[in-house]
Design a protein around this ligand. Sequence first.
Ligand code: GLY
Length: 360
Amino acid sequence: MITDIYRFNFGGNVCTVEIGMSLKGLNALRRVPVSAKDTLYVYDDNTEGLFAGDIEKITGREEESAAVRVVIDHGEEHKSWESVNRILEKAVESDFGRDCTFMGIGGGVLTDLVAFASSVYMRGSGLILVPTTLLSMVDASIGGKTGFNYHGYKNLIGTFYPAEKVCIAIETLESLPENEFNAGIAEVIKTAMLGDEELFGMLEREKKRLLGRDGELLKEIVGRCVIFKGRLVEEDLRERGKRAFLNLGHTFAHALESSVNFKGILHGEAVAWGLLKALELGAQLNITDYSYMERVKNLLLDYGFPLKYDSIKPARLISAMYGDKKKRKGNLRFILQRSIGDNLIEEGISEELLNRVLSG
Ligand code: GLY
């Protein structure tokens, strides 16, 4: 079975992304050059049961019960210092040296946590990520952002630490619950909006195949997102410029997630709502093309995203946005679009205008 291999240079660090249909087919996993003693396998409580046997066998642990594992509870509320600490404690207890490798197998929460722990363990261990959700395949595992939530602020603590290898097996998406799979499509839509018109058209035409998790289609879609994000991050690893475009919809999305204490709304669902809000804000400023906004709205509705959260008051959302801004001593910034691929950053949006957009 053919696998696709992409190589990126993220701030001088080579990151190889391999995309194949099955875990078994990934050369990057079969060639993990480590002994049983020096790999720390980190799963969440879903991925351990689903993939630990296969992953450890493929990476050379078939005879051994020696694989050193940590299992983290899944969910945004566990994206915490406590989870990072458990990973680090296991590495210390197991006498892992600086040449060890941390391997994170799971969704975006898990891969961000493992990547952070890896970045600080002895000033940096080896890092391999095996993303198993659509969201982590197309976004979280690519480009080196790591981190965890702190004092109620999303990803307040973090580092830039690209994985050496990202191993993507499309088959791991088969076991994903429907709501999580569908939520991941929001980040795919975001990528298409930012600059892949062909992908946008594909999403419009191929809804049935995509929701049916057609493997070949998924491989192509994930590949397009990896290339788009990888190229952009190669130009701007530390988000001094255009990497910020990847935050399209995210100022709104993070405010929504923080307003519900990161419970009950999936990140992708919040992003879908945030994408529409960013376009509505742009339309209010006479920046965003109205027919483009309608096209995106129809696509989001077609994929079943609930684009209304009426029970959360605009004032609550605005206070979450300003709280986050104050904490980071930055300006409240919005990524806006004129139309597909035509992106800009806007600051100085009035509270009154925000209130109008959030009341709509
Ligand atoms: N998820 C946004 C970024 O990686 O920059």
